[in-house]
Design a protein around this ligand. Structure first.
Ligand code: GLP
Length: 249
C-alpha cells in the first residue's frame, strides 16, 4: 500500500480525525464524496459538532459552498423512505446543518430508468469537476460504495444487483429482513472513486479486521474491490485498533 495508515484507539477517535479532515476540506471549498453506513454515523456527528461550534458567519460561509456527491442509493427508494441513503444523509447532515436543497447530491433511486440515472449521475459529477476528497466505508465482503465482488478497477457508475452478503449486512435498516433490502442499487464505480483526488477509507470494528487486511495487504484483485484503492497515490486509511488488528501479522 502506498498510502498512509492511521490507527486510533476507538471509533470516536477515528471519527474525530475524519471530521477534522472533512472540515479542512470544506474550508478549502473541496467537493466531497460522501458515504453512508454505520461507520459514518460517529463521523457525521463529530462533523456536526465542529460546525455547530463555529461562529455563525463562519459556519454559514462553509455551508453555503457545500456541494457533495454520495456514492450510492438503493433502486426504488426515495428521500421519503427512511431506509434510503437520501433520508440517511438528510437526517445526518442536511437537516441538522440546514443545507440548501441540492447541496447533497445522490443518485435518484426512484428514477424510472435506473441505468439512465446512473449515466446522468456520472455526467453530473463529471460536469461539477469530480471529487476532491472521497470518504469511503468498507463492506464486509470488500465492497466500496456498492461495487460488489467481482469488480474491475475500470467499472463505471451503474445500476447493479446487490449480493446476498450485502443484503444481509444492511438488513438492520429494513426491520432485520434481508429479503426486504432492495435487490438493486446505483453506485459510483471504482473508476469514479479512483479518479477522486484524495481517498479517505474509514474502517472500525473487529468484524472488518480480516477484510481490511485483504484489502490493504493482498495484491489488488476483483474479488476484493476495496483492494483497488491501493493503486491510488493519495489514499489514507483511518482505522480503530480493532479493525487494524490483522494488519501487523
Ligand atoms: C454499505 C454502503 C457502503 C458502506 C458499507 C459499510 O452497504 N453502500 O458505502 O461503506 O456498506 O457499511 P457499515 O459502515 O454500516 O459497515
Amino acid at each position: 500500500m502506498q498510502g498512509r495508515l492511521r490507527v486510533e484507539p476507538h471509533p470516536e477517535a477515528v471519527a474525530a480525525v475524519v471530521a477534522e479532515q472533512l472540515l479542512t476540506a470544506l474550508r478549502q471549498r473541496a467537493r466531497l464524496g460522501l458515504a453512508t453506513g454505520r461507520t459514518m454515523e460517529p463521523v457525521y456527528a463529530a462533523l456536526r459538532e465542529r460546525l455547530q461550534q463555529l461562529p455563525a458567519p463562519q459556519r454559514r460561509a462553509l455551508l453555503e459552498g457545500w456541494r457533495s456527491f454520495n456514492l450510492d442509493e438503493y433502486v426504488g427508494l426515495g428521500p421519503a423512505d427512511p431506509a434510503s441513503f437520501a433520508a440517511f444523509m438528510q437526517q445526518q447532515l442536511g437537516g441538522p446543518l440546514a443545507l440548501e436543497p441540492g447541496a447533497l447530491q445522490l443518485p435518484d433511486g426512484r428514477a424510472a430508468d435506473p441505468d439512465a440515472e446512473a449515466l446522468r449521475y456520472a455526467a453530473a459529477l463529471a460536469a461539477a469537476g469530480g471529487i476532491d476528497l472521497q470518504l469511503l466505508g468498507l463492506g464486509s465482503n470488500g465492497h466500496v460504495g456498492f461495487n460488489e465482488p467481482p469488480c474491475s478497477a475500470l467499472a463505471a457508475c451503474r445500476c447493479l444487483q446487490l449480493s446476498q452478503a450485502t443484503r444481509e449486512q444492511n438488513a438492520a435498516a429494513f426491520g432485520g429482513d434481508p429479503a426486504a433490502v432492495p435487490e438493486r442499487a446505483i453506485t459510483l464505480g471504482m473508476s469514479e472513486i479512483l479518479a477522486a483526488r484524495r481517498l479517505l477509507l474509514v474502517v472500525t470494528g473487529a468484524a472488518k479486521a480480516q477484510i481490511l487486511r485483504r484489502a490493504l495487504l493482498e495484491p489488488p484483485c476483483a474479488q476484493v474491490p476495496a483492494s483497488w484503492l491501493q493503486q491510488h497515490p493519495q489514499l489514507e486509511v483511518v482505522a480503530d485498533q480493532a479493525a487494524a488488528a490483522a494488519l501487523s501479522h
